[in-house]
Each structure stands twice: as C-alpha cells, then as structure tokens.
Write a protein that binds this ligand. Sequence first.
Ligand SMILES: [Cu+2]
Length: 268
Amino acid sequence: MRAGFAEYQMNAPVGHTDTGIVTSTPTLDSSFVCRGNDQKSPVTATLVAGETFNMQWNISPAALHVGDCSVYISYDVGLPAAEQRFFAIASIPKCKDVNRRDVGIAIPLWLPAAGNAILRWDWYALHVHPNMEFYAQCADVRIEGKNAYDGVRLPTPYFKIPGLFPPTGTVGGRFAYRYGFSPYNPCDSAALAAYPNVKCRADGSTGPELAMFEGGDVANPTLRPTAAGVQTGGVTASPTVAGLASGGVSHVVIFAVTINHFLLFGLF
Ligand SMILES: [Cu+2]
C-alpha cells in the first residue's frame, strides 16, 4: 500500500508535522499525492472493469468535517509522485455523510488493465475555511479489464496532483471551494481560473471532471463511470446501469482511511 505513514492511519492533515512532510500548501507539492509516500508496495486488491468496488473511510467523530472527496487512478507506478498522471473516476459530495459505510465506486468498463496501478482518494475539509485541510490516501492495486494500457493514449482529462487544487479556500476574494454549511455557498469558477484541471461542478463542489476514454472499448466507446459516478452508502450492485458488465459487485473493502484527528489545526 502507498498508505502514507503509520500504516493505514493518518492523524493529521497532509502537510502537518504528524505526516512527516511539513508544508502549509500541500496541494502545491507532492505531499498531497500519496501523503508523501513514494514507495511502491505489494498489490493487495483488484479492481474489475465494469464492476463496483467498495471503499470505506474511517474518520473519527472529532474529524467529521464537511467537505467533498474524489477517487483517482494512475498507472505511473514507476514515476516520482509529483510526476504521476492521475484521472478521476468518482466524486463523492459531503463524504462525512457516508463515513464508515461501503461506498460503491463504479469501475469504468473502459479502465485499462494493469498488474499494478495506484488507487488514490482525496478529501478537502472546509471547517476552517478559508484555511483548508487536505487528506489523501493511496493503495497499489491490480486492474482487470479488456482494454490494454497505453501510456500515450490515456483516459482524459488527466493531470498531475501538485497544483491541481488551490491551497486556500478563497482565491482573489472568491470561493475556490464551497463554503458555509447550510446551505453551501458553491465554488466560484473565477476563483479557479489558475487551476484549469478542476472545475466548479454543478453540485457546487470543486473537482476534476470524471475521465472518459474515447474509443477504448468496442462495446462502450464513450462509457462514463455511471451517470452519477458513484453509488453511495451501501447501495451495492448497479446491474441495471447501462454498459456495466453483468452487474457483478466485487465486495472488497481495500482500505479504511482512518483519521484520528482530535486536534484542531487552525493554522492551516
Ligand atoms: Cu481536522
């Protein structure tokens, strides 16, 4: 696992002293990729293209912050973290609402096969806005699928993680991330002008667009990772989603992102 430090656990946001790499702008450097861990580790889970893969994150009650999370894939296991190219396969708004529950991630049918790829989860927390807390977790995984990996022709959009997200909640006085909790003030696209690979989504969250893979699969050349990108909270099989293969659910929890974050880090 590229599990960062202390095995599965992180006890502080990325960039905080507890994580070993100290920075107040973790989104701008490689510490936000896999929590500063560049080390390749044994593959411990398999994603199957066209099936649903269950993930969980385990956030302690003190750290149940408002914020949105996303799931990514990279095939660049041999590159330094800052150089690895990722693309998004799911977005999950308000991630604390599905804490400690199976979150079914629809693995795109077009996802190229690989003996070793990186599954990455990230989460931005908004409770100290305009300061931010960022969390990330990774795992080395195997991917089964019909498409062969081609490093020249990747799913798009793809991007490197450093610089993907703004390091602060406001940019030029505008909201880069949604703010306020009932209701949320949505992100402002003008605040993201210098961050071309993240967008203001229709739901008001900030994140990269879900990837597509043109021509990558004969049966479903433009299949997206399901209409919503994700099924949440124990809604398991999606056998009726067009394009998914035979409705199989690989009910495997590959890691629990344990966050025992009992302190308030107001300096972020
Ligand atoms: Cu926190």
